[in-house]
Design a protein around this ligand. Structure first.
Ligand SMILES: [Zn+2]
Length: 261
């Protein structure tokens, strides 16, 4: 079971790599074959086996020997691990809940969809410094659909999404877009819909804390200057959201938080 989920995650991760490569360039992920970034030669099917091909080719193109992006195996392995984690989380947390109206399968599909979307957001923002509407909008649509099917969470998650959106809109306007992009504002609406109130607050807390700490380290290390250089904030939000979704409940198990749950 674990092995099968991991393999499924690797395969989906391989598809996410195609999205990460092509969406920022406005290319269709379904048209045209995968090709080498530097020599443009088409890849053979056995050069596209997740992780295995990368190791076999020692991270270099078969034809021109130019190094392949380390993103490919990292995205595939991340997706593989997250598929295992997500499935076990959903199976453990959504069975005994009496408020829960939907089958586990629908919830599992929803969680895997959102987690996969967030993996794309994470790596595209890291690589290109943009958050793609093509990923965020479908995520919002699927989340609204899921909440409409499972109305016991609808109101609380809508409040979280609206609150998160307004909070980041204010930050965006105050910093005049230099602190973060409008993509972040749209992303937090999705995160609010996915996480609900208390977990969204947890995710933001984590994102601002780690973002600030890492920002300071990079400045002290001389990698970033204080002005001008911006750091993409999306990866921090995604990391916070993933953490909040899967361990937030146990970390938030304090009395004064519990009324929000
Ligand atoms: Zn090549």
């Amino acid at each position: 079971m674990i092995f099968f989920l991991f393999l499924l995650g690797l395969a989906v991760g391989s598809f996410l790599n195609v999205l990460i490569d092509r969406f920022p360039r406005n290319e269709s992920p379904f048209k045209g074959k995968s090709y080498c970034e530097s020599c443009k030669k088409k890849l053979l099917w056995y050069d596209m086996i997740p992780v295995v091909s990368f190791l076999f080719l020692k991270g270099k193109c078969r034809y021109c020997r130019s190094p392949l992006s380390l993103y490919y195996p990292v995205v595939e392995l991340t997706t593989g691990v997250m598929f295992v984690v997500t499935t076990f989380f959903v199976l453990n947390n959504f069975q005994s809940n009496l408020n829960f109206q939907l089958s586990q399968f629908v919830t599992l599909f929803y969680y895997l969809f959102i987690v996969s979307s967030l993996i794309v957001v994470f790596f595209v923002d890291l690589k290109y410094g943009i958050i793609l509407d093509k990923i965020v909008y479908p995520g919002i649509f699927i989340s609204l659909l899921y909440l409409l099917l499972n109305t016991s969470y609808l109101l609380q998650h809508l409040i979280a999404a609206t609150g998160a959106f307004l909070f980041f809109l204010v930050l965006f306007l105050v910093t005049r877009g230099r602190g973060m992009g409008f993509g972040d504002v749209k992303l937090v609406f999705l995160l609010g819909l996915f996480l609900g109130l208390s977990k969204t607050i947890f995710a933001f807390y984590f994102a601002f804390l780690t973002g600030a700490v890492l920002g300071c380290i990079l400045i002290l290390w001389g990698k970033k200057r204080l002005r001008g250089d911006t750091m993409p904030f999306g990866p921090f939000l995604v990391a916070g959201a993933i953490l909040a979704a899967f361990v937030g409940e146990s970390l938030l198990g304090l009395p004064w938080w519990s009324f929000l749950l």
